[in-house]
Design a protein around this ligand. Sequence first.
Ligand SMILES: Cc1ncc(COP(=O)(O)O)c(C=O)c1O
Length: 393
Amino acid sequence: MINEYPLAQSSWGAEEKQAIQRVLSSGRFTMGSEVEKFESQLSDFHKTKHAIMVNSGSSANLIAATALTFHQEGSPCIGVKRGYVIAPAVSWSTTYFPFSQLGYKIKLVDVDESFNIDVSKVKKYIDKDCRGIITVNTLGVPAQNNKLKAIADKYKIFLFEDNCESFGAKLNKKLCGTFGHTGTLSFFFSHHLQTMEGGAILTDNDDIANLCRSLRAHGWARDGDYKSLIKEVATDEFYDQFKFVLPGYAVRPLEMSGAIGQSQLKKWPNQLKGRLNNAKIFQELCSKKSYIQPQKEIGESSWFGFGGLFSLGRQERLKLWKFLLSKGVESRPIISGNFFNQPVSKYLDIEKLDKLVNADKIDESGMFFGNQEKDLSQEIEYLFKNLDAFFKP
Ligand SMILES: Cc1ncc(COP(=O)(O)O)c(C=O)c1O
């Protein structure tokens, strides 16, 4: 009999351990051929021209945001005040931080029932100071990225797609992470592909890809087609190996993560199948219950987890969380609720454009439960048995 339901579990098997062993035997531990192979598999999978791996999804966001800024402005000025970006009020901290660090003001709009940015509200807030739109595919569910890309193109601003929670999700048969000028991925433990730590940037733009490759490795000109980064043609190949062209970072991935990523990607079709089966069970049970309003699916979700709003206030939700925990069921807030309410806001140039009604609902009464490739039918039934007990009239 099932008596627990964890938020996340390892999806590793013997293949991942063998991948680690392969790297150990090679004696090369930092970014090299294993990472390169995984990058090439990721770009084939997504049908993008480039995939650039880094050491986390947060680093992917940092590098992508910096590359988009340099690409848009034609020069890597740092420490300057910039225009603003429009962002959904519900996302992870490191979706926003790179933009603040780069000098942008962040203007938040509300989310809709899919927990993603409400597209109908974006256009009216774009003026001459708007530099880009941030879209986040929450918990496996695509935002309306096709519409957002059309808006970004119309106003000649960038679309930054944070796809750290939605590997493998599709909108109109197109994979998420490929709608923005850049798309980012995370391979952290609880995510669809697990490489210990890890992340990647997807792009079709050669210049942005070159910027990303330089920015992830100290700002040097060694990786990629660096001649597009340095205006004067390199003459001294000896010296050029240590030529620094951008104010970069050191966020290179490890070879182990690259090797593990290859094994994880091979398992993806099966993993998705399992996640979809679990989702069907969750959705069916939700449709019979009045106490939960599940996240609305747009396109084809890859079901990171199962999110919903409960008919509860903040205090009752705390009781529900404790009750479920006492029964072995783990749950957590939907990303981090309405990000504007986070204490860190006081350090950011951030404002609400909207009333953020739905973001506040998520903040007060949202919760999510785990998903993985393993058959969770019994765990999900166990969850609903306990929810029924909590909500019994
Ligand atoms: C939407 C979103 N963006 C970025 C990240 C950061 O990814 P990482 O933990 O790999 O740094 C996360 C982490 O869960 C996330 O949910």
